[in-house]
Each structure stands twice: as structure tokens, then as C-alpha cells.
Design a protein around this ligand. Structure first.
Ligand SMILES: [Fe+2]
Length: 250
């Protein structure tokens, strides 16, 4: 199976459009979406409509912003003021069919193929951030598959555990195109980065392809119309900082 892996779109239609144009000619059997379709950005309806229109199957889990946008009582207290305002605004503008799409998204983890799973934050908790090797080592105990994709931190990275459980090694994944051949004997937690709000100081949109047969993982970064996404955030009356951060990938 060949998977297109996308995460944390955050209502950034310009970024999603650029990623899908970049990936258009790459063969894929299914799309893996790791949650946070909405929140922060100004195009929640366009993003969800695009997610609903894939011709290939989409395996998805909900993100914390999807959950809070539907119901602020489900964790809005974790959010800073700007995130809370964006969630409230998104909730107001969502059309009924798009709201239903979010409501149908289930929390992860979800096994999507033999030895492949997806989740939002960590396999144990959709709100948990995985930044350190210690956090990843604990999360691997709960991982339902040998290769588990996660999002939430918006930082492309990979954690690898060798078969003798000799510890977990983590690496940040940088560059326009990065190819890694996964070892079939090892266990992985992989973050493909964020489509719509990168936070690793690289403002380009991020996504990944994963081929289960060859074990090849390819990470891409794609330039997009950042200024257009930022303008749309300002025009919607959302906090300016949500647009400005896109310029810096922070
Ligand atoms: Fe997110």
C-alpha cells in the first residue's frame, strides 16, 4: 500500500491545495489524515470539503482542535486565547455537512493496515505532545502497530526503537525532500509535520508518502501562498498573530 500522509491542516486551504498539487502525480492507494482539519486558519469549510472529495479512501482520526471546535467544553481550557477565538469562529462558520464530517471523525489510535496505525497526539492520548525520546519510548508501549503516524506537535520527526528495545532514537526531519528506508525489524513513531501551520521554523507545508511494501518513507516540504492564507485570517477578523506565525513557520 502507498499512503499519502497529511496532518494538522488547520483550516489553511492554500497550504492543502499546494500539498495536493505537489502530490497529484504520486501514486497512492489511500490518504491518512492525522487530525486537526480546523482551528487557527480561516478556511475550515474549504478544507473539509476538500477532505470529503478525495477519490481514494481516507483513513482519518480527529484532532483536539476538531473536538474543541465542535464543543468548547471538551478541552477549550487547554487553549490560549487565540486558539479559543479561532475555534469559536470556526464553529460559527461551519456548514452543517462539514460539521457532521468533524463529528464523524473518531479519536485515534486507528490501525489502517497491517503494521500501520494513525493517531493525533500519541497512541495513548490525542492531547499528548511527543517531543522527547523519553516521551516517545513511553508512547511506543501503547502503539498498536509497528509504524504509527502521529501529529499535534507540527514538527516533522521520527522516533525509532531497535528490536532489542535498546532505547529510542529521535531525529528531526528537515529538507525539501527526505527519503528514509524504514527497517522492518524496528518500531517507529513518525510525525509527517503540519500541512497548515508548521512550527519548525520552516514555513513550507509538510506531508509524507509511505510505501508499506518497500518501507520507504518520503517527507516533502512545499512552498505555498502563505501571504494569501495570512490575508484570509485577517479578513476573517481572527487574531493577526495567527497569520503572522505562518510567515515564520513558528
Ligand atoms: Fe494541530
Amino acid at each position: 500500500m502507498k499512503f499519502l500522509v497529511i496532518s494538522d491542516i488547520h483550516a489553511n486551504f492554500e497550504a492543502l491545495r499546494a500539498v495536493l498539487a505537489h502530490a497529484a502525480r504520486k501514486r497512492r492507494d489511500a490518504v491518512l489524515f492525522l487530525g486537526d482539519a480546523v482551528g487557527y486558519g480561516a478556511s475550515p469549510n474549504q478544507v473539509i470539503e476538500r477532505l470529503r472529495s478525495f477519490r481514494t479512501p481516507v483513513f482519518a482520526v480527529r484532532g483536539n482542535h476538531d473536538r474543541v471546535t465542535l464543543d468548547p467544553s471538551q478541552g477549550a481550557f487547554f487553549f490560549n486565547t487565540n486558539a479559543r477565538r479561532a475555534a469559536a469562529w470556526s464553529s460559527e462558520v461551519l456548514t452543517a455537512p462539514n460539521r457532521r464530517y468533524l463529528e464523524r471523525l473518531e479519536p485515534g489510535p486507528r490501525v489502517v493496515a497491517d503494521q500501520v496505525a494513525i493517531c493525533h497526539g500519541s497512541p495513548a492520548d490525542e492531547d499528548e505532545y511527543l517531543f522527547t525520546e523519553a516521551e516517545a519510548a513511553a508512547a511506543m508501549e501503547r502503539a498498536p502497530a509497528r509504524v504509527t503516524f502521529f501529529g499535534h506537535s507540527h514538527v516533522p520527526c521520527l522516533f525509532e526503537m531497535s528490536p532489542n528495545r535498546g532505547g529510542v532514537v529521535g531525529v528531526l526531519l528537515r529538507g525539501s525532500r527526505l527519503v528514509m528506508d524504514l527497517d522492518p525489524a524496528r518500531t517507529y513513531l513518525i510525525n509527517p509535520g503540519s500541512v497548515g501551520q508548521p512550527r519548525d521554523r520552516d514555513p513550507r507545508a509538510a506531508y509524507a508518502l509511505y510505501d508499506t511494501e518497500s518501507g520507504r518513507l518520503t517527507l516533502y516540504r512545499v512552498p505555498y501562498d502563505v501571504e494569501g492564507a495570512r490575508r484570509r485570517i485577517l479578513a476573517a477578523g481572527l487574531p493577526a498573530v495567527l497569520g503572522d506565525r505562518l510567515l515564520h513557520g513558528a
